[in-house]
Design a protein around this ligand. Sequence first.
Ligand code: P6P
Length: 335
Amino acid sequence: MNDKLALPVGTTLDRFIMRKQEAFPYATGELSQLLRDIALAAKIVNREINRAGLLDVTGAYGQQNVQGEDQQKLDVIANIRFIRALRNGGEVCTIISEEEDDIIQTGNHKGKYIVAIDPLDGSSNIDVNVSIGTIFSVYRRLSEQGCDGTEEDCLQKGDRQVAAGYVIYGSSTMLVYTTGHGVNGFTYDPSLGEFFLSHPTITSPTTGNIYSINEGTYNYFPEGVKQYVNYCKENDYSARYIGSLVADFHRNLLKGGIYMYPATTKAPKGKLRLMYECNALAFIVEQAGGKATNGSQRIMEMQPTELHQRCPLFIGSTEMVDKVHEFLKAEVEVG
Ligand code: P6P
């Protein structure tokens, strides 16, 4: 028979996870199950995003989160969906969420893992149909099993992540994750309800000509950042800023580029959150050959002190991050 009549559908996320687990004889399957739980929630959130305009779930929820940001209805829905999936999956004892002031205890006292999550990043873009995303980090608990997780369990450096990933709800929905052995991307086929391996072993170009930063706040940038932005313009780089971190990060990861959200006089610690935005993307970009710093230190070396702490972020192609550091360093030396 002509084998083109029945082309293989490809490798599902489930099969990929199982194959990767088999490569680790001591793996007991909990992390695999956790990743499946995240994928399930992503499928549900994807469905609700795609129907948002029809379900009257666009727009503001009418409350603010701990960040003082107006929660969108889909922020709240996504938060519920991911927390419920992780609670019901049983592998996670404690969750940090952008949408929750305090840590969330799932009641899974035997759960070995902690998850830090931004359930729906960029949600101000929902109503105008711009890509948005979910960002997550996974840590192994430090405390003994058998009780709730502790704040110490939650405030671990990014270097201690056992997995990290993001979902981008865009022209297609993708799940991209790493467990420390490379980065792989899966594209969702809603007709089958499955994620299929579409971007195996993602490696990011060592350089690029795309820079992503909100130049509307140029006047508030540190001098070194201003100098670097001017350098980009002088070298005919392309400015690409969607206002949705996951979308800007994903494009730069695949094509090469740098995303910057510096500390400014208006936002002295930057805007993005260390625990459930910066650490996860830093793990991914480093696994793909890129870099992520706060302007002076590797993101994943930063010792967290607060659940929702913010930090400046310079992330993307290695040579571009190194270049902006040259300008930042010159600023410090000039003083
Ligand atoms: P600004 C969305 O609120 C977000 O956290 C990121 O997704 C995005 O890159 C950034 O903030 C946009 O912030 O200040 O440029 O509007």
